[in-house]
Design a protein around this ligand. Sequence first.
Ligand SMILES: [Zn+2]
Length: 90
Amino acid sequence: MVGREVAAADHPSKEIREVLKRLVADGWVLRSEAHWGTLYCPCEDQCTVIRVGGTPKNPGQEARRIRRKAKWCPLPPDDPRAALRGGVVK
Ligand SMILES: [Zn+2]
């Protein structure tokens, strides 16, 4: 993990900001990397890493892509947040 931490509110697209805010509230870490930033899942081994573009051509589609990828992160079943998400998404 490199790069300084950035705030979800810093993203230029409102749709993507909403997704980022929800994930950060869920324990994901957002860092300034690559084109804009990178999201790291809350797991100890960081099973899921998502690149976040700063100027996507289609922000709605980019927001959906981030949301979909975020479901790859399998929180342990005993984690209270796993129940909120409906457990492991296959
Ligand atoms: Zn994970």
